[in-house]
Design a protein around this ligand. Structure first.
Ligand SMILES: Nc1ncnc2c1ncn2[C@@H]1O[C@H](COP(=O)(O)OP(=O)(O)OP(=O)(O)O)[C@@H](O)[C@H]1O
Ligand code: SF4
Ligand SMILES: [Mg+2]
Length: 347
């Protein structure tokens, strides 16, 4: 297949060749979910911290897609929000194109950085202002960042952006409610692309859409990636979707990454017992030659996480070491995995 030319001027200007665009290093975020101050004083209740993301490290090469998967509440959206600067980290941080992003977000550099990193949310209806016409919605980032102020030029550019996501420039006079769910998500993608970002953080971008429309939107995102050299962090709980879009996959469990691998390796030879369970739950991925173990047990309460390996209450391979010692993410069998049984070669 003919590879598309990476045409974005930003692509060539900024980063060192071959260096990852995004490097997260021990990224952590806790939330204070303590009872109100008065209750704490009167009822002697302690402060309660929820470790939503607890030491996540990964890197994403320019033009590639890292998908994050894991059950509800494992911290995927919190990672996304950390990467676009909506949350500050409690610990650790991330480098974007070699620069400390969270330090930059706080300075005048932050404005430039926000142009280069954009986010697409799950619910396109909630993220689009219902009282604005599409021209204003898609054009807002252009005005906001002072990229285009001339009315005619702005209109022209909005038309181009709409075309790039398969919509018509004639759509720019309409309101969000006049579009289908899939079209609305295309509008949010057009809006996200307005500042010519290099990195898109996509939090379940197709989960709210009908299955028939999901593939269209995913294909548009893949085309845009090829044409513009975009880098994606792609969050999804749907492994079939992940298989379609990802280069690398990170599996999260209770705020930590428990396996990071190239897509092929992850789907062909999943290492971590939790990854295996997730894959076994997908009907069309049965033929792995292993005994199937459906996803079982409940996600533990993040306010009271299990000792040792957080997965041990649900794991068929757990032993005494598992409940006592937390496994570190380490290179094993060609992937990164956090599991004592894999390390000991007893799986
Ligand atoms: N602003 C917040 N304040 C308090 N707790 C929060 C906040 N945001 C997230 N959490 C908690 O942090 C944990 C991780 O939440 P997060 O939304 O990142 O999970 P998720 O993997 O995106 O889940 P889902 O698949 O349901 O979207 C959850 O236990 C959640 O309740
Ligand atoms: S460390 Fe132990 S409990 Fe955790 S996944 Fe591996 S075998 Fe299971
Ligand atoms: Mg989420």
């Amino acid at each position: 297949m003919n590879t598309a030319v990476m045409s974005s001027p930003e692509t060539t200007v900024h980063s060192a060749q071959g260096a990852p665009l995004v490097v997260a290093n021990d990224l952590a975020r806790t939330f204070d979910v303590s009872p109100p101050w008065l209750n704490r004083v009167l009822e002697r209740k302690p402060r309660v911290l929820l470790h939503a993301v607890d030491g996540v490290s990964f890197s994403i090469e320019r033009g590639k897609t890292l998908a994050l998967v894991g059950e509800s509440g494992c911290g995927k959206s919190t990672v996304a929000r950390l990467l676009v600067g909506l949350y500050g980290p409690t610990r650790g941080g991330f480098q974007f194109d070699g620069q400390d992003a969270h330090a930059a977000f706080k300075t005048s550099e932050g404005r430039k950085l926000r142009r280069r990193i954009q986010m697409i949310f799950q619910d396109p209806y909630a993220s689009l202002n219902p009282r604005w016409i599409v021209q204003d919605i898609v054009g807002e980032p252009l005005r906001e960042h002072g990229i285009l102020t001339d009315k005619a030029a702005l209109k022209q550019r909005v038309g181009e952006l709409l075309q790039s996501v398969g919509l018509s420039p004639l759509d720019m006079g309409k309101y969000p409610h006049q579009f289908s769910g899939g079209q609305r998500q295309r509008i949010s993608i057009a809006r996200a692309l307005a500042t010519e970002p290099e990195f898109l953080v996509c939090d379940e971008p197709t989960s709210a859409l009908d299955v028939s429309v999901q593939a269209q939107v995913l294909n548009i995102m893949k085309d845009l990636q090829r044409q513009q050299g975009l880098t994606y962090l792609f969050i999804s709980h749907n492994l079939a979707v992940v298989r379609h879009v990802a280069d690398q996959v990170g599996v999260m469990y209770l705020g930590r990454l428990i396996e990071v691998a190239d897509k092929q390796a992850l789907f062909a030879t999943p290492q971590h017992p939790y990854t295996r369970m997730l894959l076994d739950a997908i009907p069309q991925m049965k033929h792995t030659g292993r005994a199937r173990t459906p996803v079982q047990g409940e996600v533990p309460n993040p306010l009271n996480p299990p000792t040792g390996c957080a997965f041990h209450p649900r794991c068929p391979h757990a032993n005494a070491r598992c409940s006592a010692e937390r496994p570190k993410l380490q290179a094993l069998n060609g992937v990164q995995v956090a599991c004592h049984a894999v390390e000991e070669g007893r799986l």
